[in-house]
Ligand binder design. Structure first.
Ligand code: PLP
Length: 637
């Protein structure tokens, strides 16, 4: 990490406020030095408010709050030269925050401007400006004068009340990549006030810190986008996609911080993974603690406490007395395991001809071959059709399923369903009674019943969506939110009846399946912490709050021309806009860009604009999501 020179557009720009916030956020990681100061001592203020930080004494301190050169001459002293200041730079084990005075063009002495000193430091430059009226001009002028002196500041910090307009204009009018962060000053002058301000803005401060971690040869985090384009292949993304990936450098609660300083709401919980909110303290703490003991160990013939405890906690949430937990590391694989296990179950029972699985229209279960074969979505998987094994799909109705099972008597291994909400297929929702009726048909025909809760766990207003219908599945697949979303982990929960067919000394009947990272100890430890967190019931209160918010503020959209449906279930809201083309509908990318420009990350499923934010999302952020959805409807419906 490099040293930083904190430069202001002028006096009182907020340089010391920034130093205080940053040091209070990372007291162990940075040291502070203000080489020259006049008037009230900033060094003393920093020492008083962040007593645990390493603070170096100024080289020169003058009583009068005027230009240092003038203050020096009035005291009959001489300002130190550039060379003297550089020589006095403390040998610090930690990166230094070096606060300058006035502006870059303030005189250091009668002969030299401060900009010469700034150049001499050879460090990253952070340009600080007050967000008060005139910020755009002040920042652009300072950037221009730094540039004229051969210096570049790729990070600007606006201190004061947030001014999105100013931040956007500055980025827009500066031709080079520029990060513009916004920080509010503490409300009072005590260390408690400072800590409150730090806690509220930790994501911004962390993002700011990460601008110092970027590879030396890279001038800005924004270069990532160009570097990424050259080497990375993103999921579900055309290689010739003109939409640049969002460079995310930190996250907190419901927010993602981008390299250019923008703070956007993660309206889809990062592909439905983040449960409570980003960077949840308890989960991160659990990860830290776990990482001090065991990193990873194979899970065949080995066990560890976190895997056992997690299984002990998960099984009682099922309707079974007993059962087993089979670990894997992503949702597709959790489903794949269920498919393989269910078939092997029939083999053990002497019915190997049961090779057929039945899924439902618009279902999605993952991207592996087994899961593709079930969903057979023509847009996603049509190309692979020649490689997929035979399966059947029916409309989501008990009667249709009954007819299909009758027509395939003795050939079906199992039925697989996303309970209550079909996620990737367009956030289609159906009532619990339909699920109950489907279960009755499955039981009538005696085939295995697999519920895929990879997306639905904790999202539909109950821990398991299937429990709303009081059904008893044979397999429950889960992933995504298991660790609160911070590490990959998945499970296939298996009912005692299925398990019993595998309890045999015949080694040929072993379930031959496993992955390198099966039951990764770190992921299991975080998942255990997540289970403990959920015991408080707070997650359900938050889920109900979000559902109520959608019901209050979005239901009426149903009556708007151009809107074919509004669907709400738990934390999920989906607004379906009339449009042709399904997933490939042209309005999908437009809706995405439109919402990102307005500070909300949404990733529509074609013409279905939906949100599923983390549980901690504030009412203010929910209102912003609602605004974006309403505006989108006005613009595109
Ligand atoms: C219902 C369902 N099943 C399975 C999966 C696949 O999970 P993963 O992306 O972790 O492989 C998903 C992913 O969105 C899903 O929604």
């Amino acid at each position: 990490m490099t040293d930083v020179v904190i430069v202001g557009t002028d006096t009182d720009a907020g340089k010391t406020s920034l130093s205080l916030l940053f040091l209070a956020a990372f007291p162990e990681q940075f040291a502070y030095w203000k080489p020259v100061e006049t008037g009230e001592s900033d060094t003393e203020t920093v020492r008083r408010l962040v007593s645990s930080a390493t603070i170096f004494e100024p080289l020169a301190r003058f009583r009068e709050a005027v230009a240092p050169a003038l203050a020096a001459s009035r005291e009959g002293r001489v300002m130190p030269s550039v060379a003297e200041v550089l020589k006095a730079k403390p040998a610090s084990a930690k990166p230094l925050l070096m606060e300058t005075f006035g502006s870059p063009l303030s005189p250091l002495s009668d002969e030299v401007l401060q900009v010469e000193l700034i150049r001499g430091f050879h460090s990253s430059i952070w340009l600080v400006a007050s967000s008060a009226v005139g910020a755009i001009g002040r920042v652009l002028q300072s950037l221009t004068s730094l540039k004229a002196h051969g210096l570049s500041a790729s990070t600007v910090i606006l201190v004061g009340p947030h001014d999105e307009y100013a931040a956007t204009q500055i980025r827009k009018h500066w031709a080079e990549p520029l990060s513009v962060f916004q920080l509010e000053q503490p409300h009072g002058r005590t260390s408690e006030d400072l800590q409150v301000a730090v806690n509220e803005q930790r994501a911004e401060l962390t993002a700011l810190r990460s601008t110092l971690e970027i590879k030396q040869e890279s001038t800005s985090a924004l270069d990532w986008v160009a570097r990424d384009r050259a080497v990375v292949w993103h999921p579900y993304t055309s290689l010739a996609d003109p939409i640049a990936p969002l460079p995310v450098i930190s996250a907190d609660a419901e927010f993602l911080l981008l390299a250019d300083g923008r703070r956007i709401i993660d309206g889809i919980s990062s592909w439905w993974t983040i449960l409570h909110g980003h960077n949840n303290r308890q989960l991160k703490h659990a990860l830290q603690m776990a990482s001090e003991s065991l990193d990873h160990v194979l899970f065949a013939g080995v066990t560890h406490p976190a895997a056992i405890e997690l299984a002990e906690r998960l099984l009682p949430s099922t309707p079974w007395d007993g059962g087993r937990v089979f670990y894997s590391d992503n949702g597709s694989t959790a489903v794949e395991v269920a498919l393989k296990m269910a078939y092997q179950y029939w083999c053990h029972r002497g019915e190997p001809q049961r090779t057929l699985y039945i899924g439902f229209d618009d279902c999605y279960h993952g991207d592996t071959f087994g899961t593709m074969a079930i969903s057979r979505d023509p847009t996603f998987f049509g190309r692979f059709e020649p490689l997929l094994f035979r399966t059947e799909r029916v409309p989501l109705s008990a009667d249709a399923l009954d007819a299909k099972l009758l027509a395939n008597k003795g050939k079906v291994a199992g039925v697989i369903i996303e309970p209550i909400v079909l996620g990737a297929g367009g956030m289609k929702m159906y009532p619990p009674r339909e699920l109950k009726a489907i279960e009755a048909v499955v039981r009538k025909h005696g085939v295995a019943f697999i519920v895929d809760e990879v997306m639905t766990r904790c999202r539909t207003g109950s821990l398991w969506a299937f429990s709303q219908a009081n059904v008893i599945p044979d397999f429950i697949c889960s992933g995504k939110t298991l660790t609160g979303g911070i590490l990959p982990l998945a499970v296939t929960l298996v009912s005692p009846q299925i398990v019993s067919e595998f309890e045999t000394p015949d080694r040929a009947k072993t379930f031959f399946h496993g992955h390198s990272f099966t039951a990764n100890p770190l992921a299991c430890a975080v998942a255990v912490a997540n289970e403990r967190l959920m015991e408080t019931g707070e997650w359900l209160r938050q889920s109900n709050r979000i559902e109520q918010f959608w019901r209050t503020h979005l239901v009426d959209l149903k009556c708007q021309p151009g809107v074919s449906d509004v669907r709400i279930c738990g934390t999920i809201v989906a607004v379906e806009i009339e449009s042709r083309g399904g997933y490939l509908s042209e309005i999908g990318p437009k809706l995405r860009s439109f919402s990102i420009e307005r500070g909300v990350l949404l990733r529509p499923l074609g013409n279905v604009l939906y949100a599923m934010p983390p549980l901690c999302t504030s009412d203010e952020s929910l209102a912003k999501i609602v605004d974006v959805m309403r505006l989108s409807v006005r613009q595109f419906a």
